[in-house]
Design a protein around this ligand. Sequence first.
Ligand code: SAM
Length: 248
Amino acid sequence: MTSILVSKRLQQIADYCPVGMRVADIGSDHALLSAYLLVQNIASFVVLGELNEGPYQAARNQINALQAGERASVRKGDGLAVLAPNEVDVICIAGMGGQLIAAILEAGKDKLAGVTRLVLQPNVGEEIVRRWLLQNNWQLVAESILEEEGVIYEILVAEQGDPQLPYIGKDRPLEELLRLGPYLWQSKPAALAKKWEREKAKAEYIYQQVSQSKRAAAQDRLHEIKREIEWINEVIRCLRTDKPSFNT
Ligand code: SAM
């Protein structure tokens, strides 16, 4: 098999897949993650799931070119519907919004029984994914944040277990940790401060826009955004002063 080059983001996702496991790559698109898992002999078997015809064909071509034979199966379908029960050990869902990832997991709950690990990379809406995990007995076991070509990505890893555990004994309430990420908050990597600087800039922009509105409801909204900016400022202060800065 030829070698496959992947981005830092896909590399980190692959690093979270234990060697020798059967992996589902849901929303496989270009099939780069699956191809890498096969070529590096990380996955023993890969199921690629893709909803849309174009990316499905692209994935088929990529996998055919690898001559992966029985080690890979490319399927067209919605979310976890492409999987048979107990067919995989690890499910990766990457490069979609958090809302869609949570919806895919919710709709495919019956396929999660034998799965030991979820590796999830929401482009936005990380809080929605953490909340779904918390409410569905999946314990967050690791989190990463990284910047690539100016975009900041978070990767969440979960296993079946005690979903409350990562949030216990921390210096922030649950609701805030769902936004910040309990492990990220603990390790305080530089990219986390950068992410919240960007969130602050977005909130300040919205504040400027809403402050031009003459509608009565705008005042309430302005108070809300002001509170959000104050909260973010306090988060950024903590991220700058309470150091440990390794990326977990
Ligand atoms: N996972 C790859 C990555 O992280 O680089 C590709 C991400 S791409 C932006 C998202 C892919 O998910 C698209 O190819 C899209 O067609 C597919 N997709 C969206 N909704 C889906 C669903 N419900 N089930 C399966 N695939 C889906």
